[in-house]
Design a protein around this ligand. Structure first.
Ligand code: NAP
Length: 355
């Protein structure tokens, strides 16, 4: 691909939100050792993408500017770097890009072979793109709360906050696969959806009872996958079982300190913070479940790369139901390879594809 260029969306510094995004034409990157070059089909936006732009992880991320954001991608292998034997040009794949170097909001991206899996034909690109970081975070949070997937669960009841979000909708489905009783919180418009994915009880977080997180059937939670923000320990504490554990996937200095205090004081009820630590086996496990139809990606909306700002704004707004997808493959390739099987609001897809 030497000398060829691609379209990409990147930013040159911290801040700026949607207006900080710049559409550029730049050289197609080359895969190095243990990397593969992908012609992208679809990518998913996650809150971490705009949080990095906002400077919430400064000075660690991004390591340098300009930076092309987005880590969750699907595409076709066009070139393999030295040392790669498991993929060849033409393979359809799902990948989790390196957070430090990212690169997903573009026509081509370099992926680490270790965090790339073949995309099964049953899984259309748009749905597959939603999986890597969101579903793996849901899986790791459930495991941290004590869930297992081999029938040896030590816990019974789980609470999932912000269950209508990108992580939460996978967490609900995975928790049911782990045979847990699931209580979930979301806004009223998503109650039926969250129930349809398996939640046993759903609380509208905007009602007084929902805000207290009380299980309608009086169950105490053995674990909490806490995807929302702004809920204090005093709200969780009375709802936890004796050894209940809250897994906070939005770590802050305050929650990390609180977590440490709970640990050193040998408190039975615990708060632990979790940051996704990508594991190839877990990505394979997730893709296998999706292939078998055991977990589904719910798509909030699909946007073209040229309208990446709309996808970015939608994520910043914080009210997506499921995943926000950016379609990279062109209409011709799209029609020869089903891009999406189901969508929450088919209207959202039609509108974005016709603009
Ligand atoms: N630690 C990690 O490694 C890691 C990995 C992935 C994500 N995260 C973080 O986890 C959070 C969730 O990620 P996501 O991708 O699921 O976000 P998301 O898709 O943007 O979540 C949006 C959803 O959350 C719901 N929501 C917001 N506040 C709520 C509340 N107080 N109670 C119940 N529902 C609420 C919204 O419902 P309404 O529209 O009805 O308000 C909306 O449906 C983000 O802050 C993200 O940065 C962390």
């Amino acid at each position: 691909m030497a000398g060829k260029t691609m379209l990409a969306v990147r930013y040159d510094g911290y801040g700026g939100g949607v207006s900080g995004l710049k559409h550029v034409e730049i050289p197609i990157p080359s895969p190095k050792k243990d990397e593969i070059l992908l012609k992208l089909d679809a990518v998913a936006i996650n809150p971490i993408d705009w949080k990095i732009q906002k400077g919430m992880l400064r000075p660690l991320m991004p390591p340098k500017f300009p930076f092309i954001p987005v880590v969750d991608v699907t595409g076709e292998v066009t070139e393999v770097g030295p040392g790669v034997n498991s993929f060849k040009p033409g393979d359809k794949v799902i990948a989790l890009l390196n957070f430090q170097t990212a690169g997903g909001l573009a026509e081509y991206a370099v992926a680490p072979a270790a965090f790339t899996v073949h995309r099964p034909p049953e899984l259309p690109p748009a749905e597959a793109a939603g999986l890597p970081s969101a579903a793996c975070t849901a899986l790791q949070a459930l495991k941290a709360a004590g869930a297992t997937f081999d029938g040896t669960n030590a816990i019974k009841n789980i609470l999932i906050t912000a269950a209508s979000g990108g992580v939460g909708l996978y967490a609900v489905q995975l928790a049911k696969l782990a045979n847990l009783h699931v209580t979930a919180t979301c806004g009223s418009r998503n109650v039926e959806l969250v129930k349809s994915l398996g939640a046993d009880e759903v609380l509208d977080y905007k009602t007084p009872d929902g805000a207290k997180l009380k299980s309608p059937s009086g169950k105490k939670y053995d674990g909490v996958v806490h995807c929302a923000t702004g809920i204090g320990w005093s709200i969780f504490e009375p709802n936890l079982s004796t050894y209940g554990k809250v897994v906070d996937i939005n770590p802050s200095l305050k929650s990390m300190l609180f977590s440490a205090v709970k640990k050193v004081t040998l408190s039975k009820k615990k708060l632990v913070t979790l940051v996704l630590s990508p594991k190839p086996d877990e990505l394979k496990f997730i893709v296998e479940l999706a292939k078998e139809g055991k977990i589904k990606t719910m798509i909030d909306s699909i946007h073209f790369l040229r309208n990446a700002e709309d996808a970015w704004a939608k994520s910043i707004d914080g009210h997506a139901t499921g995943k926000i997808i950016v379609q990279i493959m062109n209409a011709e390739r799209c029609s020869s390879d089903s891009f999406v099987n189901h969508c929450l609001e088919p209207k959202n897809i039609q509108e974005s594809l016709s603009t």
